[in-house]
Design a protein around this ligand. Structure first.
Ligand SMILES: [Zn+2]
Length: 160
């Protein structure tokens, strides 16, 4: 999936979380920002990605060492990191939770493309065969943006 679709997925995930949990404005904004960041984070292993372009030297090194859609697309390291952060920095749980949710949205959307994602080493998950940058990819992104906008608006109205 393209970066815009991943970002839309992260924002839609945050909107869904806000609709379900009904957090206050401050927490909800943290969730939106955290999910947005997390939705782009795994592609730091690709220097041409949305996030990779922002930190190109770092991304180039990570891509050369780890490869694209490899270690940075495994589920377990993110789960372990989230658990460690929960115990080490519990006051940042909202940020950790939001970034983790955003990462999950990224991994799910990448599992929709033909190469899939290696959630665990040596086992790729393919849910569909949607090519990155295709019309279907962009249509999914558009629908996710729509859901995110409506979801955040409804959540906003509810907390006012
Ligand atoms: Zn990816």
């Amino acid at each position: 999936m393209i970066g815009k679709t991943h970002l839309a997925g992260g924002l839609a995930t945050a909107a869904g979380a806000c609709l379900l949990a009904k957090p206050g404005l401050g927490t909800g904004m943290i969730w939106v920002a955290g999910c947005a960041f997390g939705s782009l984070l795994p592609d730091i292993d690709h220097k041409g990605s949305t996030l990779g372009q922002k930190v190109k030297p770092v991304s180039a090194v990570i891509g050369a060492v780890a490869g694209h859609r490899n270690f940075f697309h495994w589920f377990l390291p993110y789960l372990i990191l989230a658990v460690i952060l929960h115990f080490a920095v519990p006051q940042a749980d909202n940020i950790t939770f939001a970034v983790f949710l955003g990462v999950l949205s990224h991994l799910f959307l990448d599992a929709l493309n033909p190469s899939g994602v290696p959630l665990v080493p040596g086992h790729r998950v393919h849910l569909l065969r949607i090519h990155t940058g295709s019309g279907v990819d962009k249509a999914i992104g558009g629908l996710l943006y729509l859901f995110a906008c409506i979801g955040v608006a409804v959540w906003g109205i509810r907390i006012i």
